[in-house]
Design a protein around this ligand. Structure first.
Ligand SMILES: Nc1ncnc2c1ncn2[C@@H]1O[C@H](COP(=O)(O)OP(=O)(O)OP(=O)(O)O)[C@@H](O)[C@H]1O
Length: 612
């Protein structure tokens, strides 16, 4: 380690060889592991203890069947343990490491798929589900046999769908028609138009006489989607076909919430849009067929698990009831609802597989026509930098544009004097831009205040909106044309890309400015100037900051610790682990044929329904 003008050694360990004939294995040019000196324990002592333990280890400890190991080129577990601690050469050490990484991924995939299968009712559903995972071609079948209601909504849209949106709808509708519950992730970059695809999927099930639920992470987004859906219904011809839709959030009055719950139970309401209030115990559906989970990565695993549990247990009890009365327990009316999850965080493939190994993937790869790429600049947030930005804002406002200013905090903090704060900056900005009204939006405001702030910005009553990250998720004001992010060094690259996606959503040329309070933060931000490809940027984030920063705390908490594997670089092994898990479950859905594997799995991952 270099310290100013000299080098220092920290925490070193030296093995001294007596002479060339020294029988110490560490002297024979073989690689050997370095152990940490945790808790003051001498690494050499640890090495000896591990070596003694290895000598007593049974050869027959591998729960993974031999043919699977052979097929995927894996060392047997005993050899892997020996190979990682006492490799004869680097190749053996690498193979041993590969096997240990494989195990970390394999048990995760096996648990996800096993839980999924356990939750499904019939054997046909289980076979269908495994088939979908194994055969890629079964995930991309497009059909144009859409219900009348879906076609009517399509006609009512103020624009034509892009080719990729059309494919996504066709793929989803094909899946909706199968006798197996769909579990699909709809992924697409910011502003590509995922919402309308999900609306059309809801219309398809409503057209067949079922209900749909649309769960979003914030009340603001719930209101936005609700109003958007109502406006699409307004454009539809023939009143009698229009489905009834309701909004249910934490702010819905208790009287109104009761009426909505009754409507859902009786089947009078066909679509409900809401926040996690939708998973409250009191909410029951008469015939729920699809659950859409928007911005899926914003929900913690517990909330999503609860949602899934609710869906599965409701249909299981209906099925049981039917079996008691007429024995038709395989009737598809009692099938678990389809789940369509939407996400705008472009999750790199490896991570997607680790997180959503149990989901099929639909991707929207294009953006609506007429969009102009957002021009991106980074500045140091010193006096000069701010003067530049204020001038650019002035120009934008004079041309009739609307500007978001995004802050890392609401109020100034003595502990963090370098951070600009939304609330505290309101007066300064209002003084600087006298001819234009300013609004404020942050998480501590009541929902009707937030909604009002956004409504005023949307209508143009306010032209500058000072906000915190609350706008990051899904806020859609198509004619907003400039966004300035203060203290941009505080945000992850993927998050900044999401924030940038709040502009450039219409036909107006838009700009995004990142202000960094330190010159050293600028370099990291420059990558955003060069690329607007969300997938590329998410990979950059994954490589530099790891999955925790890319996904946020809630979701990365959903990922187990991987002591050996690194998601950033071990994607191929993860893919193999996924295939191996599918293979095992295809042979034995309940793992009864693999008792050792089942025992190992239950030690590593609790075998309960997701989220319990
Ligand atoms: N095919 C299309 N042509 C023109 N405009 C479209 C099209 N599809 C969607 N839009 C519009 O594009 C905007 C963004 O759509 P939407 O909010 O669904 O995007 P999104 O993918 O959910 O974005 P985000 O991930 O940022 O939430 C909306 O104003 C929507 O009306």
């Amino acid at each position: 380690m270099s310290t100013r003008d000299r080098y220092e050694m920290h925490e070193y360990s030296i093995d001294v060889l007596e002479d060339d004939s020294d029988s110490n294995i560490y002297g024979k040019g073989r690689p050997y592991p370095l152990y940490p000196s945790k808790g003051g324990m001498n690494p050499n002592l640890l090495r000896d203890i591990i070596w003694k333990a290895l000598q007593t280890l049974s050869m027959d400890i591998d729960p993974i069947p031999e043919d699977i190991c052979e097929e995927f080129g894996l060392l047997r577990l005993h050899r892997a343990y020996v190979g990682i601690h006492r490799p004869t050469d680097l190749n053996e050490a690498d193979l041993a490491r590969r096997r240990l990484i494989f195990d970390e991924f394999f048990y995760l995939q096996l648990a996800r798929l096993f839980q999924m299968l356990e939750a499904l009712g019939t054997r046909i559903e289980k076979i269908g589900l495994l088939d979908k995972f194994r055969k890629d071609e079964l995930n991309t079948v497009l059909i144009d046999d859409w219900s009348n209601l879906t076609k009517k909504m399509l006609k009512a849209l103020p624009y034509s769908l892009t080719p990729s949106q059309l494919d996504a709808v066709s793929e989803i509708i094909w899946d909706l028609k199968r006798p197996v519950p769909m579990n699909r992730l709809l992924q697409g970059d910011v502003g590509c138009g995922k919402t309308v695809v999900a609306f059309l999927a809801c219309m398809e099930v409503i057209g067949s006489g079922y209900q749909a639920a649309f769960m979003v992470p914030t009340e603001l987004l719930a209101i936005q989607h609700y109003e958007h859906f109502l406006s699409l219904l307004e454009n539809m011809e023939e009143d009698q076909f229009k489905p009834s839709v309701s909004l249910l959030t934490g702010s819905t009055s208790s009287k109104q919430a009761r009426i909505i719950r009754q409507g859902l139970q009786s089947g009078d309401i066909s679509l409900v849009i809401g926040t996690h209030s939708l998973i409250a115990d009191k909410v029951d559906f008469s015939a729920l067929r699809i659950a859409v989970v928007d911005e899926q990565h914003r929900f913690g695993v517990i909330q999503r698990g609860r949602f899934n549990n609710k869906l599965y247990s409701a249909c299981a009890s209906l099925r049981a009831g039917a079996a008691n009365t007429d024995g038709s327990s395989t009737n598809d009316a009692y099938m678990a609802p389809h789940v369509l999850a939407l996400t705008a965080t472009p999750i790199p493939r490896t991570l997607a597989l680790a997180l959503y190994g149990d989901m099929s993937l639909t991707q929207i790869t294009d953006v609506p026509p007429g969009r102009i790429p957002v021009e991106t600049c980074t500045f140091e947030g010193n006096e000069n930098g701010f003067e530049n930005v204020y001038q650019m804002m002035q120009d934008e406002l004079q041309k009739g544009g609307k500007v978001y200013l995004v802050y890392p905090i609401i109020d100034e903090s003595e502990q963090l004097p370098q951070l600009r704060a939304a609330s505290s900056d309101l007066e300064t900005i209002a003084c600087k831009f006298k001819g234009y009204n300013c609004g404020l939006l942050h998480g501590r405001m009541k929902i009707d205040e937030k909604d009002e702030a956004l409504r005023r910005f949307r209508s143009g009553e306010t032209r500058i909106l000072l906000s915190t990250q609350v706008i990051e998720i899904g806020v859609d004001v198509p004619d907003a044309s400039m966004i300035v992010i203060m203290n941009a060094e505080r945000f992850g690259i993927a998050q900044l890309h999401q924030l940038r996606g709040r502009v450039g959503r219409g036909a107006r040329k838009s700009r995004c400015i990142f202000l960094s309070s330190t010159a050293s933060g600028l370099n990291r931000l420059k990558v955003l100037e060069k690329s607007s490809d969300g997938f590329y940027l998410a990979n950059v984030d994954l490589l530099h900051r790891g999955p925790g920063d890319l996904l946020g705390k809630k979701q990365s908490g959903h990922l187990p610790e991987f002591p050996v594997a690194r998601l950033e670089v071990d994607g191929n092994i993860l893919q193999d682990a996924h295939l191996a898990a599918l293979k095992i479950l295809t042979i034995s859905h309940d793992l009864e044929q693999f008792p050792k594997l089942k025992a190992e799995l239950s030690m590593r991952q609790p075998l309960c329904l997701l989220g319990d």
